[in-house]
Design a protein around this ligand. Structure first.
Ligand SMILES: Cc1cc2nc3c(=O)[nH]c(=O)nc-3n(C[C@H](O)[C@H](O)[C@H](O)COP(=O)(O)O)c2cc1C
Length: 74
């Protein structure tokens, strides 16, 4: 949960700084640890690429807030 919140904050800050980002959960953890010489105390759970988008993102959609949030109780 902490990593997810930190990643979201990083992505928002990235956008604010005029850059783009993409979260990734599909990666080879062992190869990542080896390539970046990640110390044992860290457990990679998510990657976030940061940079300038090569082209605009494809159109996407989101649920309306009423469909995704519950106010007070069900
Ligand atoms: C938790 C999470 C994990 C993701 N993992 C990957 C990934 O492994 N590889 C990848 O190319 N994109 C990954 N994405 C990015 C999505 O494929 C997609 O590009 C992004 O969510 C924006 O598209 P959307 O507006 O349709 O959600 C991931 C996104 C999320 C939220």
């Amino acid at each position: 949960m902490n990593a997810s919140l930190a990643a979201m904050q990083l992505m928002l800050a990235t956008k604010e700084a005029g850059l783009d980002s993409c979260p990734m959960g599909g990666f080879d953890s062992e190869k990542l640890i080896e390539a970046f010489r990640i110390p044992e105390r860290y457990i990679p759970v998510m990657l976030v690429s940061v940079g300038k988008a090569a082209k605009p993102a494809y159109p996407s959609s989101r649920f309306e807030v009423e469909a995704a949030a519950v106010w007070n109780s069900f």
